[in-house]
Design a protein around this ligand. Sequence first.
Ligand code: IPM
Ligand code: MN
Length: 364
Amino acid sequence: MKQYSIAVLEGDGIGPEITAEALRVLEVIGKQAGVAFELRRAPFGAAAWFETGSAFPEETKAICDASDAILKGPIGLGTEASKKIPPEEQPERGGLLPMRKRYNTYANFRPVYLPPELAHFSPLKPERVAGGVDIIIIRELVGGLYFGAKEQGVTDQGLRYVNETLSYNEDEIRSILVVAFEEAVKRKKVLHSIHKSNVLMSSVLWNEVVDEVAADYPGVEVKHVIVDAAATAMILDPRQFDVMVMENMFGDILSDLAGGILGSLGLMPSACMGTKKSYYEPSHGSAPDIAGKGIANPYSMIGSVALMLEKSFDMADEARRVWDAMRSVFGAGVTTADLRDPEGKCTVLTTREFGDRVVEALCR
Ligand code: IPM
Ligand code: MN
């Protein structure tokens, strides 16, 4: 029997409740496919900080190091509650960014997937999303402003100041571009490269490297779009995009915008691919306002399991079955509390009920 070990980091807020449903789905898939998934739970995020004084404790690092893949729930506290933790140790800076660095998860895949069955959830006019939206945002995840040199202090005039650096070298740019070109080859052979070369020199270098890498992929058409214009174009006509590639900060912002196109960040799973190890997480936060109420949408977490099956365990067929199961659940006139229901006709499911329906669909 095939066996894989998975570090499970439930995270904060709604993390535990959506992780529970994702693990039920994983269990069913394991049974059906004859694969044993060994789950190793470990603390991570704000909860871990309160417990151990670190958002990414040594014990958790060891468990992640020794596992085949990492499944991670959302982390973080609300703005006020965050103040209880020193800024550098808050779960984002003290846990998540160190995790990305540790495993060099430079390639972040964020599917923006709105099949026709889910199209009514989009706040865009039906004609703009008719037939569905299917974009892969590929975000560079371990460089740029997030990881550049930082300095803060007080100027000679007595003003507090901060310096944050947007830094990339050509190898870092090339690595993420190669991932994006490879993805474009597998899909529609069109790659939208997002940049701001009219202002940022990092984007001038980015575009130079795009031209170099493109020479190795003559079958892929490259389309250059400036990041601000890309935001507008994504809203006006999201179906023109297939694979989009961009640096870290642009990807953070445009992927949340993409969540808006779908109708909720609750529909945004992600895969953070490293050279040796990858981890899987929803693209959204821990929603402390609804934590523990059992109403969070587990789609992003279950979708992250689907991405893990496909990308870490070579189980693309099983991944497809998970996506199809979630599609069929939403196609049957149901919704979750985060999603719009324009005609008020959908049954609103709890977190658990959504998990039940997905499991039922998989067992049908
Ligand atoms: C994301 C999140 C993170 C980011 C936060 C939690 C640090 O917003 O994964 O998009 O900014 O990368
Ligand atoms: Mn984000």
